[in-house]
Every structure is written in structure tokens, then in C-alpha cells.
Design a protein around this ligand. Structure first.
Ligand code: PMP
Length: 283
């Protein structure tokens, strides 16, 4: 049975869903997106994702389609029609098709709204217990990484480079400072404090990042939303990544060097467990 998706007011099979070649998402990457997760059929942190969608739209001066307030109902219907329990939901909103192709906004935009289930990408079974390796790449992105734009070429090139170097994730470094991963936020335990880049325009304010910071506070872990250098990360006691898809994922290697003793650290594992309890888990 083919997956039913939502596109501009219609529910239809994935293969039947098409957009125009003049779609500005296709021609200019003129759009924004969200990825959220269902655990046992229920959206996790739905309101936070919708708020970020609105913030991204504002940053991109994108008129949100009228159906955006209906997103909770659309997601519920897609979950029911596709019998989904543990899955990702991809939402994309673009400035729509316009003629002729010209950079400036169309006078009368017809924004596109797509909502599409995506299977959860599965990590190696031992990723949470053994950790993953990472490599660093220069952060060549624009300075509005807080907008969740579909313009992801630097992230794609970074992730591909990591894979070609046998690593799981690429970590961006700008002026010697660790910003975030190509699709995940980055945390390090430095001198006993859990550090992560502040949620400014240099990174995407991850929803998982926010949940993990709240869990760390509840657990009495010292937190510093402050930048740290690559040198500090090399010497960190522990490090981990966070994202909707990967949850909390220990980093045990960076640029071929072990982090700490080369095994997931105790603070990381407490947060892996606390996060699993918060979501209720999916396996
Ligand atoms: N940073 C970047 C660049 C990302 O693409 C993502 C995932 N979309 C994240 C961080 C993590 O955000 P979240 O926890 O909301 O999935």
C-alpha cells in the first residue's frame, strides 16, 4: 500500500503528488521545513515544532499557507490513514510556483504546503552504547542558521564528506568555534559543565537540544549555553549529538581522536536514558 501524503489541501498517494517545475522550492530552495516525530502514534513536542515553523517563515518572509493551523489535524489524519506509530513527519512550506523565474517575491504568492511521513532512519544497533565518530568541516553556511531553510547544500556536502571519511556526522567549525553538526546539535562536557552553542543565528535551535537542556537542569547537571572551541572539544570529557531523528547520540571520536576514554560518558548516558523516558521510547 502506498503512503498517503498531504499536498496543498489534498490527501493523495505519494506517487500521485507532484509540483510544478516553476515551484520556487525547486528553482531557488525558497522554502522552510520541519521534521517531527511520532512516538506510538503521538507527535512529540508538536507545539515547539510549529512555533519554530512560524519563526522560520517569519525569518524567510514566507506567507504561511492558510492550512498551517490545521497541521495537528493533518498529522493526525496521515497517522490514521497510514497506520503510523513510530515515524517522522516532514513538513515543507515554500513560496510556491511563479512565472517568470525571478528572484524577487511574486506579487501574488501561492505557497506550497507538503506534509509527508518518512520512515525513521535506523542507526546501527550499537550506536547508543558505543557512540559514533565525527569529523569537522569548515562552517561555510550563511549567518541565519536559525531559519530552518530547505537550502541545505553546505549541510549535504558536509554529511557526504563525513560518510566518505567513515564518520557518522560532520561537525561545523567557524573561526575555531564548534557550531553544530550538519543535521544535529552538538554538546560537550568540558570541566564538568555541559556546554552547547547558544541558540543564536549561528545554529538551528534544535527542539531536542531544548528538551535535553531541560532534562539536564532537572538532573542537576551544570549547564553552560556558551560557545566552545574545537580545541576544547578535542579535550572534552564527553560529547554527544541531538536531533529529532537521532535523539541523544554519544560521540566517541572526533577527527580520529577519542573523546574522553573513547566510550560514551556518564552524563551522556544519563541524558540518553532520560530522553528515552521522556518520549516513552519506540522499540
Ligand atoms: N541542526 C541542524 C542543522 C539540523 O538540521 C537539525 C535537525 N533538523 C538540528 C540541528 C536538530 O534539530 P531538532 O532537534 O529540532 O531535530
Amino acid at each position: 500500500m502506498s503512503t498517503v501524503i498531504y499536498l496543498n489541501g489534498e490527501y493523495l498517494p505519494l506517487e500521485k503528488a507532484t509540483v510544478s517545475v516553476e515551484e520556487r522550492g525547486f528553482l531557488f530552495a525558497d522554502g522552510i521545513y520541519e521534521v517531527l516525530r511520532l512516538y506510538r502514534g503521538h507527535p512529540f513536542q508538536l507545539e515547539a515544532h510549529l512555533q519554530r515553523l512560524r519563526r522560520s517563515a517569519q525569518g524567510a518572509r514566507l506567507p504561511l499557507p492558510q492550512a498551517v493551523p490545521d497541521l495537528p489535524a493533518i498529522i493526525e489524519r496521515l497517522a490514521a490513514e497510514n497506520d503510523l506509530h513510530d515515524t517522522s513527519i516532514y513538513i515543507e512550506c515554500t513560496r510556491g510556483a511563479a512565472h517568470p523565474r525571478t528572484h524577487a517575491f511574486p506579487a501574488e504568492p501561492h505557497p506550497t504546503l507538503l506534509v509527508m511521513p518518512q520512515s525513521i532512519y535506523t542507526l546501527p544497533a550499537d550506536a547508543f552504547t558505543r557512540g559514533v565518530s565525527t569529523v569537522t568541516v569548515p562552517d561555510l553556511r550563511w549567518r541565519r542558521c536559525d531559519i530552518k531553510s530547505i537550502m541545505l547544500l553546505p549541510n549535504i556536502l558536509a554529511k557526504q564528506q563525513a560518510r566518505e571519511q567513515g564518520a557518522f556526522e560532520a561537525i561545523f567549525v567557524r573561526d575555531g568555534v564548534v557550531t553544530e553538526g550538519s543535521s544535529m546539535n552538538t554538546f560537550a562536557v568540558i570541566d564538568g559543565t555541559l556546554a552547547t552553542h547558544p541558540a543564536d543565528q549561528g545554529i538551528l535551535a534544535g527542539i531536542t537540544r531544548q528538551v535535553v537542556l531541560a532534562l539536564a537542569a532537572e538532573l542537576g547537571i551544570a549547564i553552560g549555553e556558551q560557545t566552545f572551541t574545537l580545541e576544547q572539544m578535542y579535550n572534552a570529557q564527553e560529547a554527544f549529538l541531538t536531533s529529532t531523528s537521532a535523539e541523544v547520540l554519544p560521540i566517541t571520536q572526533i577527527d580520529g581522536r577519542p573523546i574522553g576514554n573513547g566510550r560514551p560518558g556518564p552524563v551522556t548516558m544519563r541524558l540518553v536514558e532520560a530522553f528515552r523516558q521522556k518520549t516513552g521510547g519506540w522499540r
